[in-house]
Design a protein around this ligand. Structure first.
Ligand code: HAM
Length: 433
């Protein structure tokens, strides 16, 4: 009888070593770009009270209604694996007494969990960089956050992205809009699907987001939020647009962009791509001026965005801009028990002298031919060979593996006394800039 295999969880992926170069490229570039604008990293837990997400994201959102991984812990508390990071960051500011009029520019990274229907680009465990600016009224900071995104795409070599923006106004202007919307949709109630009918009471704006093809014409003729904006939100939105034009960042105003989370007000934006099929949003965000007060903190304006790392990695893989993972620098080959022991000692010395270099040693013996094959596969720039003969004479052979003209190495082999090996390798190893 065969032992049954444990199945992976649907929508939760392993990232294998050969995929890591693109991940590291995206992660390192993002960290660099965030630092260039003065943002600092913070870390928040992956699990929070379920109530946090209900209050922050909203009871009538897809995320809270259908997608949360919630469970009751041993102490009887209802906890949830975070579906996004903004609620946790806002909670952390309040819990740690970080507000009191202070301003923070922050980012965090890690896995998020949503019980969505998995497909390409949409997973149940996915990763986000979340960037949050807390205590700023904007619109200058809204513009800065969009500039961070634009710079990041440029640094990653991603060109097929477009920016869409909209303004959701203040809660007051949205209330007026909401009433107009509800009365419009009530006039067409027979044509609404069950989801939309339910949302009519709780969250009518979400009906605008409906993907149901049979409702597209009703949605298209619905009243526009932009016709209900209060004067301050209008001025904020105008300033955002004129600064984006000044920075040369192309954008499109999409009056139907409402976002799937309830905490937004005024500016919302989304970077979308036509290169990934139906999961076209790679980075989305907006202002959440009311959220911190809504969670019991002192009223503090805030704005942020999150980018989906899997989707950005997929774009980077398409354009091929990620540098290849470096192979080994030195591979030690030895034959005979004593020589093998000597190789272990030499390898440790090399690691002492050359921190950051990849020094691999042949493990599990094997004849010279097999060992050279492994050395070649490791990508090493040099092989260091210690056989019986070398051991007896207190030397090793230093063999260049990647000199021009030579797969397997045609460069000059060099005999080096064991005591001078570290210096000989250090002097010859290629520089990394
Ligand atoms: P969101 O639009 O829900 O916003 O997610 C942000 C990004 O995460 C999306 O644009 C997408 O790239 C990625 N994403 C979302 N769901 C999935 C999934 N199931 N699989 C793969 N990628 C996904 C937020 O999460 C807000 N917290 C953004 C924010 C930060 N607003 C203000 N500050």
């Amino acid at each position: 009888m065969t032992t049954p295999r444990i199945q992976p969880i649907r929508g939760m992926n392993d990232v294998l070593p050969e995929q890591m170069a693109a991940w590291h490229f995206v992660e390192a570039t993002a960290r660099e770009v965030f630092a260039a604008y003065g943002y600092d990293e913070l870390r928040v837990p992956m699990v929070e009270q379920t109530d946090l997400f209900k209050r922050a994201i909203g009871e009538y959102t897809d995320v809270v209604e259908k997608e949360m991984f919630s469970f009751v812990d041993q102490g009887g508390d209802s906890l949830t694996l975070r579906p996004e990071a903004t609620a946790g960051v806002a909670r952390a500011m309040i819990s740690n007494g970080q507000l009191r009029g202070a301003r923070h520019k922050l980012w965090c990274v890690g896995p998020m969990f949503r019980h969505e229907r998995p497909q390409k680009g949409r997973y149940r465990q996915f990763h986000q960089f979340s960037v949050e600016a807390i205590g700023f009224n904007g619109p200058d900071i809204d513009i800065e956050l969009i500039a961070v995104g634009a710079r990041l795409w440029k640094r990653l070599g991603i060109e097929r992205v477009a920016l869409e923006i909209n303004s959701l106004g203040t809660p007051d202007s949205r209330r007026a809009y909401r009433e107009a919307l509800v009365s419009y949709f009530r006039g067409h109630e027979a044509r609404l699907d069950a989801d939309s009918r339910r949302r009519l009471e709780g969250n009518p704006l979400r009906i605008l987001d409906s993907k149901n093809p049979e409702m597209q014409d009703i949605v298209a003729s619905a009243p526009l939020l932009s016709d209900h904006l209060d004067p301050e939100s209008r001025a904020h939105f105008d300033a955002l647009q004129s600064a984006l034009a000044a920075l040369g960042i192309p954008f499109k105003v999409n009056p139907r962009l409402v976002r799937g989370l309830d905490y937004y007000s005024r500016t919302v934006f989304e970077w979308i791509t036509d290169a990934l099929g139906s999961q076209n949003a790679i980075c989305s965000g907006g202002r959440y001026d009311g959220l911190i007060a809504q969670l019991g903190g002192e009223p503090t304006p805030a704005v942020g965005f999150a980018l989906g790392i899997e989707r950005v990695v997929a774009l980077v893989e398409q354009v091929g801009t990620a540098p290849k993972s470096p192979g080994a620098d030195v591979y030690l080959i030895a034959q005979g028990a004593q020589a093998e022991q000597q190789a272990l000692v030499v390898a440790e010395k090399l690691r002492d002298a050359l921190p950051g270099r990849r020094i691999e040693i042949n493990l599990g013996a094997g004849n010279f031919k097999a060992q050279f094959r492994r050395a070649d596969r490791s990508g090493a720039e040099f092989a260091l060979v210690i056989g019986d003969d070398e051991l007896a004479r207190g030397v090793a052979q230093l063999k260049p593996m990647r000199t021009p003209g030579g797969e397997g190495g045609t460069g000059q082999q060099l005999e080096v006394p064991l005591g001078e090996l570290v210096a000989a390798v250090a002097a010859r190893i290629s520089r990394r800039d």
